[in-house]
Design a binder for this molecule. Structure first.
Ligand SMILES: Nc1ncnc2c1ncn2[C@@H]1O[C@H](COP(=O)(O)OP(=O)(O)OP(=O)(O)O)[C@@H](O)[C@H]1O
Length: 618
């Protein structure tokens, strides 16, 4: 094998792989090391970043997994919250170990993950990266911890990963939930605890996904830890079974496709149908008692009142659906309809989670560009250098680390279609200038290119910031601001929506289809201000649907953090203030470094420091 530096680690890997005595590496790690050497022909001393896909490539992989990702996101966010103080990043990956969703911890830890490319788009397949949490858990299809020097490649020794594979409604491997920490002071015990929490979250994702997939069927939850689920129709023919149920009953796809009779697997008395959701005694097919289970009915009722039909809706029906009965949104959609297919740039304004991305997609779908690409970039989620390369593209060999074949960039990919720039207020000033030039000249200069590439894009941008004020105080280019807002549409916060009840009923139908909502829980949902808007509502109802014991969501099932009597705006400002103070403290008061860590421009951070009355020492 070429290029084997004579490090201790390399010697250990070779010894373990050759099964030499005195090597204390756990057998399962040694097995994986052997696989890496013998089957994958990898070099443990090789250094270099993981393979990273472009945003368009990630989207291509993620699209067919959209339903699963939607179910997983609230759980990932919860997991990230629970593990935040331990500096873990949380990822959802596809079955080939490409990270599709990432939640980074705050401050310096986040920088480590960005630096080492442990984020969305990176691939950690064992066949390329060697033994590592994600790749090895997927290769072996079981939960695993890969701690420090158990990694095959020496360069990953500062990390520990705990990973739980994820299985879909038909028991197939659908991906994995990964958590990675770079804290050397955390022992194996702490990581084991974190793995248990991760595995629990993964099982909850699987259960919610199963319920969502079979929402039109009866669902029986088997005795035990609640992981076994069977879906069946009104004639008691099995239509679906999760991985656990398949293994308990030895069910195959063919048996399910043939509609095997439920009575061949379990016996249900009439009480199950008469009192759905209640804990009931289940019997095995031969009549012997088994334990307590549950049966949830199909979702057929309680659809929200239908929207009034408007014969002129046509291509705009998606937007009308989103607007519901809210007068502010209905007016916005009406204005959009009057401009029809004009390629007017649109600026969406709304709080986090209010549905800006969803709305932008609906505008694209209603436009005559709908057959072409919809390309989205979140400017707040990436460091400046990455936005630059992602957006404007680069020629082959334009900079160190660039892909050999160069990159077209998102603007060129969106040509003929729509480019959605989320959190445009966080776009660094230098990039604002480049974007303005693209909009004015309708051409883009990829980094290192000798000539420009003509482009034809419709731009939709979105922000939760006060761009007008930023344009006034110089933290956002005013000429760009006026170019972006061909039409400005405000998306009201959920608490401001006149049709809040309809929205809650609709999302409850989607997220907790098998549940009723008690009166007290309904009153609480109606009065809660939801600072995280639609995203938070979805999250709360999804969780409540899993927690509900008897098919009814009660107040206690609602995870609604108290807001301390302050207004939502005050609450958001307080949390933003705390984040900035912490970043400044972590960087010894250096604004440039803190701005970098917070992924804000320096000017934006100074503006916030002033607005939030944060004192700068020294
Ligand atoms: N009108 C709607 N009805 C139902 N669900 C919605 C609606 N709008 C948004 N959502 C849901 O809310 C979540 C957040 O939506 P989206 O990403 O569009 O918000 P956003 O305003 O772009 O958030 P951020 O600014 O934080 O990126 C998604 O899960 C989406 O499915």
């Amino acid at each position: 094998m070429a290029n084997l530096a004579a490090s201790n680690h390399v010697a250990r890997v070779l010894s373990a792989a050759n099964q030499m005595a005195g090597v204390d590496t756990e057998a399962r790690i040694a097995t994986s090391w052997r696989r890496c050497l013998v089957s994958h022909k990898l070099d443990p001393a090789r250094r270099g970043p993981p393979q990273t896909l472009t945003e368009a490539e990630v989207r291509h992989i993620a699209e067919p997994m959209e339903d699963l990702i939607q179910v997983a996101i609230p759980e990932l966010e919860d997991l990230a919250r629970v593990l935040r103080d331990s500096g873990y990043c949380v990822n959802l990956a596809d079955p080939n170990a490409t990270m599709l969703v990432s939640r980074l911890p705050e401050g310096d830890y986040a920088r480590m993950f960005l630096e080492w490319k442990i984020y969305t788009g990176s691939n950690f397949a064992e066949t390329f990266e060697g033994t590592n949490g994600l790749g090895t858990a997927l290769a072996e299809q079981r939960p695993i911890i890969v701690h420090g020097d158990e990694h095959f490649r020496e360069q990953w020794h500062m990390f520990t990963c705990a990973v739980s594979p994820l299985f879909d409604h038909a028991g197939r491997l659908a991906g994995a939930v990964n958590i990675t920490s770079c804290r050397s002071d955390l022992g194996r015990g702490a990581h084991e605890l974190a793995l248990a929490v991760t595995t629990d979250a993964t099982r909850r994702i699987e259960r919610s996904f199963f319920r969502r997939r079979y929402r039109a069927a009866w669902i029986a939850t088997l005795p035990g830890d609640g992981h076994g689920m069977l879906a069946y129709d009104d004639d008691r023919r099995v239509v679906g079974a999760c991985r656990t149920a398949r293994s308990v009953f030895g069910l195959t796809d063919a048996m399910i496709a043939d509609g095997i009779d439920l009575t061949h697997l379990i016996q249900l008395d009439d009480r199950a149908t008469q009192a759905p959701g209640e804990s009931i005694a289940l019997r095995r097919a031969d009549g012997t008692p088994w334990g307590r289970g549950r049966v949830a009915p199909p979702v057929r009722t309680r659809s929200p009142r239908p929207l009034p039909r408007d014969p002129s809706m046509g291509q705009f029906s998606g937007l009308h659906k989103l607007a519901g009965r809210d007068p502010v949104l209905m007016k916005g959609v009406k204005r959009l309809m009057t401009v029809g297919n004009l390629d007017l740039p649109i600026l969406l304004h709304g709080e986090t989670g209010a549905g800006k991305d969803v709305f932008a997609r609906a505008i694209h779908a209603a436009s005559n560009r709908a057959r072409n690409n919809y390309v989205a970039l979140n400017c707040a989620a990436m460091p400046e250098s990455l936005i630059d390369a992602e957006l404007f593209g680069y020629e082959a060999g334009a900079f160190t680390g660039a892909r050999r074949e160069g990159s077209k960039g998102l603007i060129v990919q969106a040509s003929g279609g729509t480019l959605f720039l989320d959190e445009i207020g966080d776009m660094p000033l230098a990039l604002q200038t480049r974007l303005l030039r693209v909009l004015e000249n309708r051409e883009v200069w990829p980094l290192g290119a000798l000539k420009p590439v003509p482009v034809d894009i419709r731009l939709i941008s979105a922000t939760h910031r006060d761009l007008a004020r930023m344009a006034e105080d110089g933290s956002f280019r005013s000429d760009l601001y006026y170019r972006l807002r061909g039409m400005e549409i405000r998306l009201p916060a959920l608490r401001e929506r006149a049709d809040k009840a309809d929205v809650i009923a609709q999302i409850a139908t989607e997220e907790a289809p098998a549940c009723r909502i008690s009166e007290a829980a309904w009153a609480r949902l109606m009065s809660y201000p939801f600072p995280g808007n639609m995203r938070q509502l979805r999250h709360v109802l999804r969780l409540a649907g899993c927690m509900a014991e008897d098919g009814e969501i009660n107040e206690a099932d609602l995870d609604l953090p108290p807001l301390g009597g302050r207004s939502v705006e005050q609450d958001q400002a307080a949390s933003e203030r705390a984040t900035i103070v912490e970043a400044l403290r972590a960087h010894g008061g250096r604004v440039t470094d803190a701005a970098k860590a917070l992924k804000l421009s320096r000017a934006t951070l100074y503006r916030k420091i002033k607005a939030l009355k944060i004192g700068l020492e020294g």
